[in-house]
Write a protein that binds this ligand. Sequence first.
Ligand SMILES: O=C(O)CCC(=O)C(=O)O
Ligand SMILES: [Fe+2]
Length: 290
Amino acid sequence: MSALKNRYTSQGFVIVPDLVSPSDLPLLRAACEDVVERTRRGHWALRRTVGKQFPPYDADNDDSWGVQMLMHPELGHPIFAQWYTSDALTDVVKELLGCEEGDLQMELFNLLINPVSRDFALRWHRDDVKGDASFEEEKAALALWNHGVQWNTALYEDACLYVVPGSHSVPRTPEHRMHSTTMDAPVNPFDMPGAATVILKPGDTVFYNNNILHLGTYSSKAKRATLHASMGDVRGGSVRARNVLQHELSWMKENIFRDGLTDKGKAMLDRLIETQKKNEGITIGYSLDN
Ligand SMILES: O=C(O)CCC(=O)C(=O)O
Ligand SMILES: [Fe+2]
């Protein structure tokens, strides 16, 4: 096993620098400026609103902490799909998932941004195991081989994400549980035993198992534009399907999206559409804890 994969497997996360090339950094920043401005002006409805951790988000709230579906053709920025399907990125994903290019499944690609009206924070959570899961339920859910990886790529300095290293593979202790069953964000994230801040420099990427105990804290004063995405190994079947298909993805089946992708990107998309066909029972809103 490579040192990178070893660290990812034992800690549940790993930081990799330089997956954004120096020429792409200003292009990705400029594309993000545009989509953030559109979202803040109320011209992009697919967004995460301040005050709500999970969907359904509150359409009446005009402050946002996330912009959803960066590859959507209506946003008009092909750089996002180009970067998502770049070799620099997929080489690391293949290594962490232990799979080949022919197994890669296109999934979600969003943007995390700073709110402007007030600070906001999420509560401690795992993305795919509910906070009120019993010890046995949690043990069973964490034991499933994870066929997907999630990552945050910072375009500006980012110290928003907190994790409990190693917590992706073990059920919570009673103390961990006490800090992750409340619906409220903690007063101090370091009250959680073992909590650590993930500090990213511009261009750094943290890859993580989204079942690691984690949270985000968002200052309205510190600029944030952090690419937030996931990719799967198609062999993950319904486990990956549950993570991804709860979101509205019909736009990904339109020719206008497909035609803008490279051959590699089209093959990754086809694997997602195939997964969708095999898992038709999984519909939008299937699990809201993500
Ligand atoms: O802001 C972050 O980096 C984490 C976001 C998160 O945990 C989530 O969207 O579930
Ligand atoms: Fe999360």
